[in-house]
Design a protein. Structure first.
Ligand code: CP3
Length: 342
């Protein structure tokens, strides 16, 4: 591999050590410089669709900590927004969308709007690409099941019961919705790659709430089709899959979904995952974000244990879920220093 980008070498199967590091949700509220730009932008979608500001917040954690990746500032809910579902981020409440519970809601989605609506994100990627240096640029989308969860519920939920009820009760209707999301996700990720993304990541944050049979149908299989479609169009671009809370199904996912790397959530035991996932695939994860809030000895011990468990195989140091707003930035700097010294 000719690249000097550490993350790309690992995603190509090289057990490069010390491992590259970046953190999920690294562009976000824990950084004062993010909060300053966010306040200027107004609402969240105004920030996402302003290429100058979105590029700036994407680069902030790379400049401050020397991360090995920049993940483009966007959101998994940009996809339903780009399909015309509508989306608002209410202060303190998270995302709100008009829920889709019937065929009429599915038929109202309009994939012809997508290309125009994601154009500002492509412009953000082009700008970041010029300034990213040796960090790799990651584009991303939600995986179809997780995006469907928010589209059906109309926002976040404790257990996504309306979504699971639709998946079991009206499989044809749920399948039709997932099919639209899957096709749109291929277009969304291709657009990001064409604008300069060097890696594509699929966030399946709610994968683990499904039964094993539905996990196969709605997580592993759609991810496999998306990865294959991307491979056909952009054979050089690696895909990272994050089937959060997959438990032991992570092994089957790793073998069948066609991804080059699998991200482990906080509950995954890296020593067990190592035995389930083929050696040529990279693993990513999985420090508890709350260990970084605490910092000090607990963060050092958890980090040392994770590094020990992953030594000798392709590995990308990361968290097991997104960094939380109350994280002291100084703790992140200490974490990066410890990983660099591994
Ligand atoms: O640094 C990065 O990783 C940048 C981009 C990024 C955001 N969201 C920005 C964001 C990424 C990769 C995401 C992924 C995302 N978004 C997921 C998958 C990962 C996960 O955490 O499980 C999900 C489920 C979402 C949906 C979402 N977006 C929710 C539920 C919320 C509200 C809760 C929250 O964290 O505030 C968001 C808002 C959001 N997306 C923020 C950011 C920085 C905070 C909004 C703000 O700044 O006001």
């Amino acid at each position: 591999m000719a690249t000097t980008k550490r993350l790309l070498r690992v995603l190509a199967g090289e057990a490069s050590w010390p491992p590259p590091i970046w953190l999920m949700r690294q562009a976000g509220r824990f950084l004062p410089e993010y909060r300053a730009v966010r306040a200027k932008a107004g609402d969240f979608m105004s920030l996402v669709t302003n290429p100058e500001m979105a590029a700036e917040v994407t680069l902030q954690p790379v400049r401050r900590f020397g991360m090995d990746a920049a993940i483009i500032f966007s959101d998994i809910l940009v996809l339903p927004w780009a399909l015309g579902q509508g989306l608002k981020f209410e202060a303190g409440e998270g995302p709100v969308l008009p829920p889709i519970r019937d065929r009429a809601g599915i038929e109202a989605l309009d994939p012809t709007q997508l290309a125009g609506r994601v154009a500002p994100i492509q412009e953000s990627l082009r700008r970041v690409k010029c300034e990213v240096g040796d960090a790799a640029l990651i584009g991303f989308a939600g995986a179809p099941f997780t995006v469907a969860c928010y589209m059906v519920e109309g926002g976040g939920s404790k257990d996504f019961s309306a979504t699971r009820a639709m998946a079991h009760g009206d499989p044809a209707m749920f399948g039709a919705l997932l099919h639209i999301i899957e096709a749109a996700t291929v277009e969304f990720l291709s657009a990001q790659i064409e604008a300069g993304a060097e890696v594509a990541m699929l966030f399946d944050s709610w994968a683990g709430i499904l039964s094993p049979r539905l996990f196969q149908r709605h997580v592993t299989e759609p991810t496999g089709r998306i990865a294959a479609a991307l491979r056909a169009r952009h054979p050089e671009i690696p895909v990272i899959g994050f089937p959060r809370l997959a438990g032991t199904m992570i092994g089957d996912y790793a073998r069948k979904a066609g991804v080059q790397a699998v991200a482990m959530d906080t509950a995954a035991d890296p020593r067990v995952v190592r035995t389930l996932v083929p050696d040529h695939l990279a693993l990513q994860g999985n420090l508890d974000p709350l260990a970084v809030v605490a910092g000090g000895q607990t963060m050092r011990e958890e980090t040392a244990g994770l590094l020990d468990a992953m030594r000798g195989r392709p590995f990308v140091f990361n968290l097991g879920h997104g960094i939380v707003p109350q994280t002291p930035p100084g703790h992140v700097a200490e974490l990066v220093a410890q990983v660099r010294a591994a």
